[in-house]
Design a protein around this ligand. Structure first.
Ligand SMILES: Nc1ncnc2c1ncn2[C@@H]1O[C@H](COP(=O)(O)OP(=O)(O)O)[C@@H](O)[C@H]1O
Ligand SMILES: [Mg+2]
Length: 302
């Protein structure tokens, strides 16, 4: 712990922590967000700002996201979690009013600079949304959609026209992805059924399989279990932990118990799109530096 924070913890600011003024006036201390970890960063965010028109939604956030682990982003509604997540694979490009400044480095390249190939970027950095959104097609087609689009699999008319029909390659990708998404056993005998016939939890795992099919490095998840019942949620949580052995997972959740259960490190965003504290998950939940974070994780506001 740095001298600065040790002093503050014992100092007089603490006693004011419950007043509104102290909450909003609390200084942001760089060392609270300067999370140091062993190993490589999969993503390095530097001085990121996002504006929607005149609204400042992300306020100069810098953070490194370690590879092959689960990073949770938590904070009250409207604090910019989804906006931040969308910056990591340039999904905000699709929002006309959004303006992004700063750098997001992946594989030593700033994805906001130069001639970033967005299709390739979104293959490397996949995304899973809050409500499961499978295509109204078969389970198989949902999973093979990405590989087909990227030309890794040529089946049907295209395959025949090109003189090769990659059915076996497709089957392998479908099976591997569904297994990784812990769905294979439930659907192996009905791959050609419509995906919309699956339960909500199964649909969400199918969306995860769809994302895994193109072999990403990073998987972004925006409240992936918030539309699901507790049993389906538990399956998604187990799956997230398993995926982190191979992939870098960044997950937004408003469920603090979920963040505490599944993540290795937690970043707390608070009002105004600020990253207030970023550290090992245990530290954030048991002994945070910031008074506002302490109030938030103990349920005093938010
Ligand atoms: N598409 C958008 N257009 C304009 N403003 C937006 C848009 N998306 C989000 N915002 C605004 O940006 C801020 C952060 O929103 P968001 O990233 O969705 O927060 P969170 O995911 O933490 O709830 C909010 O004030 C929200 O109203
Ligand atoms: Mg959100």
């Amino acid at each position: 712990m740095s001298k600065q924070t040790a002093t503050r913890k014992n100092g007089e600011q603490k006693s004011n922590s419950l007043t509104v003024d102290a909450e909003t006036d609390e200084r942001l201390v760089d060392s609270w967000t300067d999370y140091e970890f062993d190993g490589e960063a999969a993503i390095s965010v530097e001085n990121l700002d996002v504006y929607y028109g005149d609204d400042h939604a992300i306020d100069s956030i810098s953070m490194d996201i370690p590879e092959q682990s689960v990073t949770a982003l938590i904070g009250p509604s409207g604090c910019g979690k989804s906006t931040f997540l969308r910056c990591l694979n340039r999904m905000n490009d699709r929002i006309d009013s959004a303006r992004v400044e700063g750098a997001v480095e992946i594989d030593d390249e700033n994805i906001y600079e130069g001639d970033t190939d967005l299709v390739k970027l979104r293959k490397t950095v996949g995304m899973v949304f809050q409500s499961p959104n499978p295509f109204p097609k078969s389970i198989r087609e949902n999973v093979s959609y990405g590989p087909r689009k990227h030309g890794d699999v040529n089946v049907g008319l295209l395959g025949r026209l090109l003189g090769n029909d990659d059915r076996t390659v497709e089957q392998e990708i479908v099976e591997r992805s569904l297994e990784q998404a812990a769905l294979w056993e439930e659907v192996s005998d009905r791959l050609d059924d419509n995906a919309l016939g699956l339960s909500g939890g199964q649909q969400q795992r199918l969306c995860i399989a769809r994302c895994l099919a193109v072999d990403p490095d990073v998987i972004l998840m925006d409240e992936p279990a918030s539309a699901l019942d507790p049993v389906a949620t538990a399956k998604i949580e187990d799956l997230i932990e398993q995926l982190a052995e191979e992939y870098t997972v960044v997950v937004v959740t408003h469920n603090m118990q979920q963040a505490a259960r599944i993540s290795d490190q937690t970043a707390v965003f608070l009002t105004g799109g600020q990253l207030v504290e970023y550290d090992e998950t245990e530290k954030i939940f048991e002994n945070p530096e910031s008074d506002r974070v302490e109030d938030y994780v103990t349920g005093k506001f938010g």
